[in-house]
Write a protein that binds this ligand. Structure first.
Ligand code: ADP
Ligand code: MG
Length: 486
């Protein structure tokens, strides 16, 4: 941290726009699929043509409620859509349908873990439903701007935190936790590059001990965790410098430039009254009854925190292993399938999934969903390791072979590779004894040293025997026989 944290304190509140994973738009049947040719998904409602009426997408509402339940918030029995007016070419109606006084979700919270290990609770003021705007296109246009309205009308929830965050690192921890949660809930694809999850950072600073908040700036649409961290760090330092040199921070909207790591002023901050909010007369108030809430609650998946705790108790995993393995629901499912199918030790399975498998996927640039080694295939391998058909070292080779596509793509892939390559572990004493005698004959000096008391040389002999048997000798047996012979 480049500023003096004993004199200055940062105050941060985040607004996150999260695209809901519905098939159609929030107020019409037009598709929300990303990447279609410009304006092929802009129907009459999206275009705001005269005479059309919006109809609320029931799935979008259900997803917003799910989010509210997951953060332990109040779900409004009755919430209202409002028109937020502003002029911009990507907003054909001249207003955005949002929620203002009566949002669907209020007063929730999310717990984050600080680097020291303690937990901190971040309040979530509200989460409201709204429609996304379209996009301006500049690339490939000279002297004009293109407008693509495919994104216009995509359902969003805007999640507004309390100003409870005190550093860029806390902001990133909060965002990651929130990101993990909405992806777990299946309400957002979490794709930050495509803009499915984007963040506005409100930042102010004050002298330590001061109880009033300072004037804040809002840095818009930062779309990666690293950029959020950089933008906030920059803003904190900039504001401190302004104040220390006798100036005043101006309340304004700023833009982050990823190339320079700096923020710059974009426009002076608009106030709520500038938007001329009023309830949208085209949409009825939304009423969500207790029975409906309970029905939705029953469809909630197991959430990350609960899953992590369960992994620790059910599988005896460390907090660290449980955190890694529950990072994504698909990874957690994969792990549980491996344990269940292989019947192998849960900790051994954890090491393979979080170590070998994740390492390999990382190298390949693939995620768990597109892993070339399925849970059934890895389980097939671990069965052979557990029943001692192969040694740990050979298991690594078989895994590499599976990754490369050898052995086919079903549960018997490991067996096929073991058979084809002749990798079955040698558990007969005969061939191992023969290898031991050869190694002893070839290394008289080491043998003499060992016998003179240099115990550490045992490892050398084990290594030589394993090498002589192409790694196939049972290591326990090698150790036992070597000790006898040496
Ligand atoms: P607006 O709708 O104008 O953006 P809000 O009152 O809804 O304003 O606040 C938006 C965000 O700004 C919230 O996340 C809130 O926690 C945060 N915030 C409010 N005041 C401050 C402040 N002084 N410093 C930092 N963040 C703040
Ligand atoms: Mg705002």
């Amino acid at each position: 941290m480049a500023y003096d944290t004993s004199t200055w304190e940062a105050v941060i509140g985040l607004e996150v726009h999260c695209q809901l994973l519905t098939k159609s738009k929030i107020f019409s049947g037009a598709s929300t699929t990303y990447g279609a040719a410009p304006n092929t998904q802009a129907d009459a409602v999206t275009l705001g043509l005269p005479g059309v009426l919006p109809v609320l997408n029931a799935t979008a509402l259900e997803m917003a409620v799910k989010f509210g339940l997951a953060i332990d918030a109040q779900i409004a029995e009755r919430c209202v859509f409002a028109r937020k007016h502003y002029f911009y070419p990507d907003l054909p109606k001249g207003y955005q349908i949002s929620q203002y006084e009566l949002p669907i979700v209020a007063k929730g919270h999310l717990d984050i873990e600080l680097p020291g290990g303690e937990t901190k609770r971040i309040g979530i003021t509200r989460a409201h439903m709204e429609e996304d705007a379209g996009k301006s296109l500049h690339e490939g246009f000279v002297g004009t701007t293109g407008i693509d309205l495919n994104r216009a009308g995509t359902p969003l929830i805007e999640i507004v935190s309390e100003p409870d965050i005190r550093s860029a690192a806390e902001a990133v921890a909060y965002l990651k936790k929130l990101h993990q949660l909405v992806v777990y809930l299946g309400i957002c694809d979490g794709n930050m590059q495509e803009g499915s999850f984007r963040c506005d950072a409100n930042v102010s600073v004050r002298r330590k001990g001061e109880t009033k908040f300072g004037t804040r700036t809002e840095t818009k649409n930062v779309n990666s965790f690293r950029f959020v961290e950089k933008a906030i760090e920059y803003e904190i330092e900039r504001q401190i410098e302004v104040i220390e040199s006798g100036g005043k921070v101006v309340q304004e909207t700023r833009l982050f430039n990823p190339d320079t790591g700096e923020t710059r002023a974009m426009r002076s901050k608009e106030e709520a009254m500038d938007y001329r909010y009023f309830p949208d007369p085209d949409l009825l108030p939304v009423v969500v009854g207790t029975a409906e809430i309970e029905r939705i609650r029953a469809t909630m998946p197991e959430l990350p925190e609960a899953k992590k705790t369960r992994f620790m108790t059910q599988y005896g995993l460390s907090k660290y292993d449980a955190t890694v393995l529950t990072g994504e629901a698909a990874l957690a499912d994969y792990y549980e399938a491996v344990v269940k199918t292989s019947g192998a030790d849960a900790k051994l399975c954890a090491n393979w999934v979080s170590g070998d498998l994740l390492g390999a996927l990382n190298k390949l640039g693939k995620d768990i969903g597109s892993s070339p080694v399925s849970a059934a295939m890895l389980a097939g391998l671990l069965v052979r390791l557990a029943d001692k058909t192969i040694s740990g070292k050979i298991a690594k080779d078989v895994f590499e072979a599976m990754l490369a596509g050898e052995g086919g793509s079903d549960a018997s892939a490991a067996d096929a590779i073991i058979k084809a390559r002749g990798l079955v572990q040698i558990t007969d004493e005969g061939p191992i004894l023969k290898a031991i005698e050869d190694v002893m004959a070839k290394n008289p000096q080491q043998l003499a040293d060992y016998r003179a008391g240099k115990d550490k040389l045992l490892g050398f002999f084990v290594g030589q025997v394993m090498k002589a048997t192409q790694g196939k000798a049972n290591p326990d047996l090698v150790n036992k026989l070597l000790k006898e012979k040496l």
